[in-house]
Design a protein around this ligand. Structure first.
Ligand code: BG6
Length: 290
């Protein structure tokens, strides 16, 4: 189903037979909503979110491409999240996911002349957003170099999970890993704790993280499982009180209602030679906590 938001941008809604739904905007190819069978929102969106392009909506899953953060000369998190994507009506074959009860949409981003001036590389970024019959949300990215010289990029699916309260959240799967700490000049540290809990601002890139990461929310008695392929790193971000106050499109207390955990390729950029294609897959599922 396609509707328009108040700025005239297409929003695509996917539904599955058991009542889950996903909403994705052509602005940024950004997933804005993922709801369970009871209609409960699983992704955070700020009450102060600015939905007017080019700024990305504060919440959902903005895609950071071709740069993560300020690790390069481009604007923060690259330009893909600020662009209007198109619906790809004739995507090249993808063998998976055509099972009964799955619902999906294919989106496409190609650089404009303006993009080529700041990042002179010809690419096609294909994004399949898929809601499975059991309610999992899959994001499959395929990036192809259609130019005549190699290029390198970073990518992150900047996922804002909705949580009861940040004090009730723990993350499993990142114990003992090395991380780059954005709060300490991107220096490298090693995680010491058993599980990750939150008491202050966190802004880290965990390097070579496992394929599955668990985000446990004791308050809502809910567990998110993040499965990723082709995305070696995991970004964890919560701005906490002081930084949240400086973010104009986020309420002062809203940092308590979200945790960002991104499947990402940041530490080592990905290089594509002419004609080469890269695929990265993220799968989010939700379970009641045991
Ligand atoms: C995180 C970065 O991933 O995104 C943070 O590591 C940044 O440093 C945050 O503040 C939000 O970025 P933005 O551009 O959406 O405000």
């Amino acid at each position: 189903k396609i509707t328009k938001d108040k700025n005239g941008i297409d929003l695509v809604t996917l539904q599955n037979p058991i009542g889950f739904s996903v909403q994705v905007s052509l602005h940024g190819g950004q997933v804005l909503s993922w709801k369970n069978e009871r209609g409960e929102e699983l992704l955070f969106r700020s009450s102060k979110a600015n939905c007017k392009p080019p700024a990305a909506v504060r919440g959902g899953i903005p895609i950071c491409f071709p740069q993560f953060g300020n690790r390069g000369s481009l604007e923060q998190h690259g330009f893909a999240r600020n662009k209007i994507w198109e619906i790809d009506n004739n995507p090249p074959m993808l063998n998976h996911n055509n099972c009964n009860g799955n619902s999906f949409i294919d989106l496409l981003l190609k650089p404009s002349e303006e993009d080529m001036k700041i990042w002179p590389h010809s690419f096609e970024f294909r994004l399949r957003v898929l809601l499975t019959s059991d309610g999992a949300l899959k994001l499959i990215s395929r990036i192809r170099n259609i130019g005549s010289k190699a290029f390198s990029f970073s990518i992150a699916y900047h996922t804002y999970f909705s949580v009861s309260d940040i004090s009730e959240v723990r993350i499993e799967g990142l114990e003992t890993l090395d991380y780059l700490d954005n709060l300490h000049h991107k220096e490298r540290f090693t995680e010491q704790g058993d599980t990750l809990t939150f008491e202050s601002e966190v802004d880290r890139v965990y390097i070579s993280s496992p394929h599955i990461i668990g985000v446990f929310d004791h308050g809502k008695k809910r567990t998110f499982l993040i499965r990723k392929e082709g995305l070696p790193d995991a970004v964890v971000w919560n701005p906490w009180e002081k930084k949240a106050k400086t973010i104009t499109d986020m309420g002062d207390e809203e940092y308590r209602q979200t945790i960002c955990v991104d499947g990402a390729a940041v530490e080592k950029s990905i290089t594509l030679k002419p004609g080469e294609e890269w695929t990265g897959r993220l799968e989010l599922s939700v379970l009641p906590s045991i």
